[in-house]
Design a protein around this ligand. Sequence first.
Ligand code: ZN
Length: 260
Amino acid sequence: MRTAIISDIHSNLSALEAVLADIDQRKVQRIICLGDLIGYGPDPVACADLVAERCEWSLLGNHDFGVLYEPTNFNSAAEQAAYWTRRQFEAAAKEDTIAGERRWNFLGHLKVRVNDNNYLCVHGSPRRPINEYLFPDDAINNPHKLESIFGRFDRMCLVGHTHHPGVFTEDQEFWKPEELPESTFIVDPLQKGIINPGSVGQPRDGDPRASYAILDTDAGEDKHRIEFHRLPYDIDITVAKIHAIPELHDWLGDRLLEGR
Ligand code: ZN
C-alpha cells in the first residue's frame, strides 16, 4: 500500500493544493496528516476542510492546539496569528452553521497519537507528542534524547513539527532526503527509525518548495520504502495574502520565500 504523509500545512492553501494534485498522480491509496493544519497562514478554513475531506486521519499539532484551546509558548506573531485564525473559524461557522458544526467536530477530534500498522505517528515526539521538537542536530548533540525517544516505540515513528524532512536512524544519524539515493529511504523489517516528511506549507530547511513523503509498504522482501518529494508551488499567492492581512506579521510571508 502507498500512503502519502503530509504535515505542517499551516493554512497555506496554495501549497496544500499543489501537494494534493501531485499525490493524485502518484498512485497513492490514502493520505495521513501529522498535524499543524493551521496557524501562521492565510487560509485556515479551506485547509482544514481539505484535510478533513482528503486525509484518512489527522493529528493535533501545537498550532492546532493553540488555535482551538490556548496558544502556549508562542511568540507574539504566532499568538496573534492563532487568535486571528480562531476568528476565521468563528466567522465561517456563523455564515454556514452546518459546515461549521462539521468543522468544529473534525478539529475537536484531531488525534494526539496514532499507531498505524506499527508506525507510531505523533506531531512532535513520542515523549511529548504535541510539543517536543526533534531536530536534525539532536542526532549529534543530544544522544540521550534520541535514545530515550527510540525507547518509546517498537518499529517506526512518524513525526512533523520541525519542518525539516529526513530520517533518524537508531545508530544516531540523521539523513536529509538529498543525501539519500533518489531521495528514498529503505526500511528493513527489523530496523527502527524516525521519519519526518517535512512541511507542506512552511519549509524551514532552506528549500522553499513544499515537502511531503510517500510510504510504500510493498517494496519487496518485507521492506518498506519512504520516498521524499519536493514540489514548487505558487508561493507569491500565499505571501500576498499574508501581507494583505494586518493581523498576520509580514515576516510570516517573507520566510516562505526563503524556506526559513
Ligand atoms: Zn508546524
